[in-house]
Write a protein that binds this ligand. Structure first.
Ligand code: FES
Length: 289
């Protein structure tokens, strides 16, 4: 079976689109109201790549530990019940953080990625509810039922994990979209300085890498033209805001001097290149080291 095709067709059902729109509209307002520092934390700006997949490793690890301990407890090792409960509590608490990070990233997605992300979310919410029911059953003394609910949650989370992987590996969500330029450390001619107008964002291709040139604070800046978040061209969607450039596609803002992220959703910095002016020509190269 072609699973990629299956997922792409599955998410084309109208109820998925309308459900995703409704959730994005209502719950997105909560995320928008958070301080920028909190949103940047959830996006993973401090980490240099998305935070969501990091924290989901803890969730999956906790629930996998729980599954093993549940089997042991069912086999008669009653003394490990506190460890089993701790694994469940760790899974639930880290799952809340993973949900917050994932939702913060998801709300700016478009098209098919947004619909796949919505179904991914439905699987994970269902799995989490099953784990909460499992906790309640255990606290009520019915540990057998608690184990059954936990295994149902584990299976459900696998569906969600598959779709999470599909988002990254098939839809390139969360990866660094700034073009790699690895071919040379030599300066390359990027055109005449006199032709670069103040306020202009000019796209040039250097060794097949898209580069955007613009004037800023009396000098010429060269950056990757492909926004690190989802690849929008900064030459078309970039807006200079003081000492930063904002991508108007989803609002990521980068510091001009070094490309560091000031505001997500991008978690990846934007590559900034070395520039020198020789005989009226702009020359650009990869920074050394
Ligand atoms: S492509 Fe999303 S912020 Fe630039």
């Amino acid at each position: 079976m072609n699973w990629t095709l299956f997922v792409d067709r599955l998410v084309d059902q109208p109820w998925i689109e309308s459900g995703a729109d409704a959730v994005k509209e209502s719950a997105g307002k909560v995320i928008d109201a958070l301080p920028r520092r909190v949103r940047n934390f959830l996006h993973g700006v401090w980490l240099g790549h998305p935070f969501h997949p990091v924290i989901t490793d803890i969730v999956v690890g906790s629930y996998s530990t729980l599954a093993v301990l549940d089997v042991a407890e069912a086999a008669g090792a009653k003394q490990i019940a506190p460890a089993t409960d701790l694994a469940l509590a760790t899974g639930l608490s880290s799952g809340m953080l993973a949900a917050a990070a994932g939702f913060t990233d998801w709300r700016v997605l478009d098209g098919k990625a947004r619909k796949i992300g919505f179904v991914h979310m439905l699987f994970n919410v269902t799995g989490t509810l099953l784990y909460i029911a499992s906790l309640i059953a255990r606290k009520g003394g019915n540990r057998g039922l608690g184990r059954g609910l936990a295994f149902a949650g584990y299976g459900t989370l696998f569906g969600g994990a598959y779709l999470g992987g599909h988002l990254v590996f098939a839809k390139n969500v969360g990866v660094d979209h700034a073009a790699d330029w690895e071919t040379t450390s030599e300066y390359k001619n990027a055109g005449s300085e006199a032709d670069l107008m103040p306020g202009e964002l000019r796209r040039v291709m250097l060794d097949e890498a898209p580069v955007v040139l613009f004037r800023h604070s009396g000098t010429v800046i060269a950056m990757s033209d492909s926004c690190a978040h989802m690849g929008c061209p900064l030459s078309e969607r970039g807006i200079i805001e003081g000492d930063s450039i904002r991508c108007s596609c989803h609002g990521s803002r980068y510091r001009i001097v070094d490309g560091l992220v000031i505001e997500g959703p991008s978690a990846h910095p934007q590559p900034v290149y070395d520039v020198r002016l020789r005989s009226g020509q702009i020359e650009v190269r990869q920074p050394k080291g």
